[in-house]
Ligand binder design. Structure first.
Ligand SMILES: Nc1ncnc2c1ncn2[C@@H]1O[C@H](COP(=O)(O)OP(=O)(O)OP(=O)(O)O)[C@@H](O)[C@H]1O
Ligand SMILES: [Mg+2]
Length: 157
């Protein structure tokens, strides 16, 4: 049964509401797995709220998160962002709504500024400094001899 919602274009922005996430009866199995990693998961998260996903190792926390940017698609149920099934949005629209901070930071060979600009190539120096401040990185970058122009080796060493 396909329960996807094909919303008309004028409701696409969900009346301007942003920041809503809803899982509706989501079931997902990795290809070839005997058991689903997630079975019939439903919850809602609203803007300004903090939602914690808690469970033992292998419970499916990372799997659940990876379904939101559509690294994998659900086998049953729906994931809604701002009231729209994520399968009905373009990848660009969907991923534009998501900020993802992984457990393990990834840094590339290049300067500090180049690493920060990875997310937005045309960011101004002010925007780079602002992003660093939000990440609470300004202080240690300030202590580096070359500041934002300091070179970083692969993996951040
Ligand atoms: N890429 C994959 N391919 C196949 N099975 C996977 C894959 N990733 C995870 N699994 C399996 O899916 C289940 C859920 O794993 P997941 O990594 O989502 O758990 P977790 O709650 O994030 O665990 P942890 O607390 O260790 O991070 C586990 O049984 C795991 O072995
Ligand atoms: Mg995990």
């Amino acid at each position: 049964m396909d329960k996807r919602c094909f919303c008309p274009p004028d409701t696409k922005k969900n009346n301007g509401k942003e920041g809503y996430l809803e899982f509706r009866g989501v079931t997902f199995s990795y290809p070839g797995a005997e058991q689903p990693a997630l079975s019939d998961i439903s919850f809602q998260a609203g803007p300004g709220e903090i939602t914690a996903i808690i469970g033992g190792t292998g419970a499916g926390k990372s799997t659940l998160v990876s379904l939101i940017p559509r690294f994998y698609d659900v086998d049953a149920g729906q994931i809604m962002v701002d009231g729209m099934d994520i399968r009905d949005m373009s990848q660009e629209d969907l991923r534009h709504k998501i900020g993802f901070v992984p457990q393990k930071a990834v840094l590339f060979t290049g300067t500090v500024a180049e690493n920060i600009r990875y997310g937005q190539e045309d960011a101004t120096d002010e925007e780079v400094a602002h992003a660093a401040a939000i990440a609470q990185a300004s202080e240690f970058i300030g202590r580096m001899e070359q500041g934002y122009d300091s070179m970083i080796a692969q993996g951040g060493s």
